[in-house]
Design a protein around this ligand. Structure first.
Ligand SMILES: *Cc1c(COP(=O)(O)O)cnc(C)c1O
Length: 388
């Protein structure tokens, strides 16, 4: 019998067979052992070497597989390690159709690394099925999605893309970092591999860098296991422990952050100094109804554009609560400036054309008191309007 997600999370994925057998310890022991004593010549135990398998990592991998309704989970040293390892399932001559609004590190991997191995790609507007269909070639093996995308929260219709992929015998990969397995379960919608930067909401405390991959396809699970062991970008036992601890509170953290994000989105939307708000929870947001059909909340990340007369520099300086930094998904709210942070490497004209202007900010809402957050933003915006 399956438990609800928050119950699974609260117990760190603990289940029969994974509780600590000798002492019943509630927290999993951190198995700091690279190698394992073998009892017999020619007879090996469950573990032989920690790149291939580690009991602490196993517990995390079982937990994420359960949460995503998959059968096999894999823990990597970063979100990018998980994503690059999944791309290692491809061969020279294969082709990827990928969203043009993809995370910057994934963009770099596809455009600068995979091309060295003759793995080709076409960027598409993933919100446009006609464009996707036209990009599919006989050698297309993977359609790669990220939804909501960064930083404008564009929504991909997961079911539609999965159908297109199946019609053309392609696999689908989906970066589920923004929604977490709590509020979006892509494997249930037919996606083949779900990827996470566990650095973000899953760990939740801006402390570790980690990545996860999950599938329920046995063949893909075996291939991912092979890549994980061969490429070797595994997550260390201590970080596995820390990630499991973070995941235990995912439900209360994420629920709180989402509820504050909804209020903040409404606040920004009705504020005079704000030009536009990007958030799947607002009715005017393109794809909001599609998002509602495939996710159970609008998430905890939103972006907004300051009006021309608001001085962006002093706006940031007036704020006292959010951390001004890259990254997202933590207990503390994080305000980012995509034009000079995540998208700094993109040529200015390309950035502007995509709507990533100097006045665009992305906010990952934390678990602070929502009234405090609203007051803080109100103050930063009011001061600017008043003084100028
Ligand atoms: C941060 C992030 C990544 C990369 O993860 P790392 O853990 O930083 O390697 C990938 N996708 C999305 C959507 C992200 O936000």
């Amino acid at each position: 019998m399956g438990h609800s997600k928050e119950t699974t999370l609260a117990h760190g994925g603990n289940q029969q067979g994974y509780q600590e057998k000798h002492t019943g310890a509630v927290n999993p022991p951190i198995y700091l052992s690279s190698t394992y004593h073998q009892q017999q010549l020619n007879e090996f135990g469950d573990y032989d070497y920690s790149r291939s398998g580690n009991p602490t990592r196993d517990q995390l991998e079982v937990a994420i597989a359960k949460l995503e309704n998959g059968t096999a989970g894999f823990a990597f040293s970063s979100g990018m390690a998980a994503i690059s390892s999944a791309f290692m399932l491809l061969h020279a001559g294969d082709h990827i159709v990928i969203t043009k609004d993809v995370y910057g590190g994934t963009f770099r991997c596809v455009t600068q690394l995979l091309t060295q191995f003759s793995i080709e790609h076409t960027f598409v507007d993933m919100t446009n099925p006609v464009e996707i269909e036209e990009a599919i070639q006989p050698n297309t093996k993977v359609i790669y999605m990220e939804t909501p995308a960064n930083p404008l929260l564009q929504i991909t219709d997961i079911r539609k893309v999965v159908q297109l992929a199946k019609n053309n015998s392609c696999l689908t990969f989906l970066d589920n970092t923004f929604m977490t397995p709590l509020h979006q379960q892509p494997l249930d919608l037919g996606v083949d591999i779900v990827l996470h930067s566990a650095t973000k909401f899953l760990s939740g405390h801006s402390d570790i860098v980690a990545g996860l991959a999950v599938t329920k396809n046995q063949e893909l699970a075996a291939s991912l296991k092979f890549v994980q062991n061969t490429y070797g970008a595994i997550l260390g036992a201590t970080d596995c422990y820390q990630l499991l601890q973070g995941m235990k509170t995912l439900e209360p953290r994420f629920t709180r952050s989402v509820s504050s994000a909804i209020k903040l989105a409404e606040f920004f939307h009705s504020h005079n100094e704000i030009e536009h708000v990007y958030y799947p929870g607002l009715h005017h947001h393109p794809g909001s109804s599609i998002h509602a059909k495939q996710s159970t909340s609008p998430g905890a990340v939103l972006s907004f554009v300051l009006k021309d007369h608001v001085d962006a520099k002093s706006f940031v300086e007036q704020l006292s609560i959010p951390v001004f930094a890259v990254s997202l998904g933590a207990v503390e709210s994080i305000l980012s400036h995509p034009a000079t942070m995540s998208h700094a490497a993109m040529p200015a004209e390309e950035r502007e054309a995509r709507g990533i202007s100097q006045r665009l900010f992305r906010l990952s809402v934390g678990i602070e008191n929502e009234e405090d957050l609203i007051e803080d933003f109100k103050n930063a915006l009011t001061v600017k309007a008043g003084v100028l």
